[in-house]
Design a protein around this ligand. Structure first.
Ligand code: SAM
Length: 281
């Protein structure tokens, strides 16, 4: 059977839960297709795995367009009320049998719940920045694990937003979404060239702080409380382009001992974010 069968729903719910057993069902095929960046770009959709993430998204007012869950979780205490909320909101809800679930469950991280969400980016003008706030500019971040981890840390410190500058990896890839642990739904995320990022900084009367191994100033020196900070982080391999560093109001370095020539990008970002927020957290 390839078509979905409708199954009984708890009373008081508006929509129908569909039962899918075949891996060739269109919803299952859509989930498979969304693992591919090209398809994510074309549809404006992305995947988020796990009930915990779905609940974190719902807390931000974000429900999936389609929710697929394993029939083995049908009686899960937290899933049931969430399912009711989704059905009442008109979300397509699909209970999948083992064969269909195996097709969409990733072997490295099998999950019983997968949501299909709209990928949303924030326009730069909608990123606020008051004194003491921080907007993070990530220039050519290429590693989705780093990007997801930075989203999570930015959420933890209450950063005003993240701007992806130049050619970055896809924030809506499975790896980035997974590493963000739900924070992809909580942090304002924009995309721009460097000129627009710099213009936003000037418009918000911010100070642009670049991080560089070539800098001489210690990262604990600048006063981060007098203006919004626009923190600029460089690419994992090449670091920041010299022209971008030169445009910064301050260039800072995290001191290091030992033989490592640099810190991991996500680690360096976390160190800076906690210093910028030291007096307010
Ligand atoms: N080979 C690159 C270079 O020369 O810049 C290393 C890039 S590093 C892995 C990636 C980014 O993390 C840097 O562009 C910078 O933003 C940040 N970073 C890493 N270690 C740092 C440190 N000790 N001080 C300041 N920023 C650092």
């Amino acid at each position: 059977m390839t078509g979905p069968a409708k199954i009984a729903k708890p009373s008081g719910m508006k929509g129908e839960i569909k039962m899918v057993t075949s891996a060739s069902n269109p919803a299952i095929k859509l989930v498979r297709a969304l693992e591919d960046k090209k398809h994510r770009r074309e549809t404006g959709l992305f995947l988020a795995e796990g009930l915990r993430t779905a609940l974190a998204a719902a807390e931000q007012g974000r429900l999936p367009k389609t929710l697929i869950y394993s029939d083995e979780l049908a009686e899960h205490g937290k899933l049931k009320p969430f399912l009711a909320r989704c059905l009442n909101a008109g979300v397509e809800c699909i209970m999948a049998g083992r064969q269909a679930m195996e097709k969409i469950s990733r072997r490295d991280n099998p999950q019983g719940v997968i949501g299909v969400y709209e990928a949303r980016l924030t326009a730069l003008d909608d990123i606020p920045a008051q004194t003491g706030d921080c907007v993070i500019g990530l220039q050519m971040v290429r590693d989705p694990g780093n990007l997801g981890t930075i989203l999570r840390t930015a959420d933890a410190v209450g950063a005003a937003g993240i701007v992806l500058i130049d050619d970055c990896c896809d924030p809506f890839s499975i790896e980035a979404v997974r590493a963000s642990m739900g924070s992809i739904f909580a942090v304002r995320l924009g995309k721009s060239g460097f000129a627009e990022f710099e213009a936003l900084c000037r418009k918000r009367n911010g100070q642009m702080v670049g991080t560089s191994l070539r800098a001489s100033q210690d990262y604990r020196k600048p006063d981060y409380t007098k203006a919004p900070t626009f923190l600029l982080m460089g690419n994992e391999q090449a670091g920041l382009p010299e022209a971008y560093e030169n445009a910064c109001d301050a260039r800072v370095r995290i001191p290091m001992r030992g033989t490592a020539d640099s810190l991991n990008l996500a680690v360096a970002t976390a160190i800076l974010l906690y210093e910028i927020n030291r007096k307010s957290l």
